[in-house]
Every structure is written in C-alpha cells, then in structure tokens.
Design a protein around this ligand. Structure first.
Ligand SMILES: [Zn+2]
Length: 253
C-alpha cells in the first residue's frame, strides 16, 4: 500500500476525473475535485479530496490498481473506480473496501490501527505495548492490525525467521530489546519491499530477476533458505505459518 500511495501521488494536486464503470461507487461525489493527498496506513489507502472527503480503499486478497499511461480507452466494466488526469488513469479492480468517508470516518479507520513501521508517526513504544499484550502468540499479534499495522503473512513468516523466533512464542514474552530488533527488521524489510514493488527477502544481486517462487527464505518454501531444513507449516488464527525448526527452535521460558 505504501508503494501504491507513492505511485498514486502523481495525481496529487490535480483535479481528478473520477468514474465508476462498474457503477458500485459514487464517483460523482469526488469527480473533478482536487486530490490533496494519498496516505497509506498499514494495508489501508486513504485518498483525500479538497472538499474534505476521502476515498478509503482496502485491497483484500484480490484487489489491485492498474495504471494506464497513455490512456487507451474507458475503464473496463469491472473497474470499481477510475481516477484519471490527462494522459494517466488508475483503475481499481476487486477491492474488499472502496468507500467515501468524511473526516470522522477517516479518523475512525486510522484510530483502529496499530502503529505502522513504514510511517514516520509509527511509534515503536506504542507497538510494543500493543503487541506485547498478554494474549496469544507473536505470530497472531503480528497479523492483528489493531496492534501493529501493515504486516501480512509473508512479512510475518520472514521476520520471525530472521529473529530466529518460533511463531508460537508468547507475544508477552518478548523483551524490549527483542521487540526493538523486530521493529527494525520489519522497517528494513518493508521499506525494501516498497522500493522493489514486491517482497524479496533472499540475497539477490539483481532484484529484478528473482523468480517469485524463490524470493523468500521460509514463506511457501520447501526447504529453509538459510540451512536447508524442511520448512514446517502450522495454523494460527486461521492463517498458515511457515517456520524452520532448525533456525527457529521451540521457545522454553
Ligand atoms: Zn533454517
């Protein structure tokens, strides 16, 4: 989302043509208005318009934005929202959320999220308080967007492997020092992903040619990239975890 916000910033400052070829978004409410900013908070995108309303987008599992420059035709029928300026169009397809919010609605979305490691206002001390709350595993805590925002299943698997920490480690057992390292690793990994436009955690001389299936150390891998041990999968809160039993030994208090 942070990468998208950065790319969509090319529309900021312009009066934007907004349409909904699919007809499922009230585009006329923002059509012709000046886009004042595009912000990412975790996995949420908020596009602010001059009259104080924001378009709130969450892509969910299948949503995506497609960029057209030059613009070759009108948006296809499945496009929920097209934002366009002369020569450039951005089409939003299959989001899980695309809604108009007033200032209060926007504040509610942002207020429901934990600190975001990619944002300058993301406060690691607050994140430690929320993630370290005495319930559940570190793996569950990392995917809970109200505790820390923006971490998905790939980042979770890769950062815990980097920390040599099993997914089942109780969240409240993390020390201040461990959490500081976790936060720093997440920041580095997520910033790199914004630059790459995808998540690559393996060493790569040329990041442009890393095959998707070989771009992670443990996530959806058969063998651990670091030590070659078979990866073990599990399920925590309905989401699959990936860990190396050699690199991430069971935690004993
Ligand atoms: Zn390993």
């Amino acid at each position: 989302m942070h990468r998208l916000a950065r790319d969509l910033a090319e529309l900021v400052g312009s009066e934007v043509s907004a349409t909904s070829p699919q007809g499922r978004f009230p585009a006329e409410e923002v059509d012709g208005q000046r886009l004042t900013g595009v912000d990412a908070y975790g996995k949420h995108l908020l596009a602010g318009f001059a009259r104080g309303v924001s378009v709130h987008v969450h892509l969910g599992m299948r949503g995506k934005w497609l960029r057209f420059a030059p613009v070759t035709g009108p948006g296809l029928r499945q496009v929920r929202l097209r934002l366009a300026v002369p020569g450039v169009a951005w089409d939003l397809i299959a989001p899980s959320t695309c809604e108009l919010l007033d200032a209060a609605g926007r504040a509610k979305v942002v207020g429901g999220l934990g600190p975001d490691p990619l944002r300058a206002d993301g406060d690691p001390d607050e994140a430690y308080r929320r993630v370290g709350a005495p319930r559940g595993s570190i793996a569950a805590a990392l995917l809970d967007q109200s505790r820390i925002a923006g971490v998905g299943n790939v980042f979770r698997a890769e950062v815990l492997h980097g920390m040599r920490m099993p997914p089942t480690r109780p969240a409240h057992s993390l020390t201040v020092e461990e959490f500081a390292e976790l936060w720093a690793r997440l920041q580095a990994m997520m910033r790199q992903a914004v630059d790459d436009g995808r998540i690559i955690t393996v060493d790569a001389e040329d990041r442009l040619v890393v095959p998707e299936a070989e771009s992670r150390r443990v996530y959806k891998q058969g063998l651990c990239y670091d030590c070659g041990t078979p990866i073990v999968t599990g399920t925590i809160d309905g989401r699959t975890t990936y860990a190396c039993p050699q690199c991430q030994p069971k935690w004993t208090s």
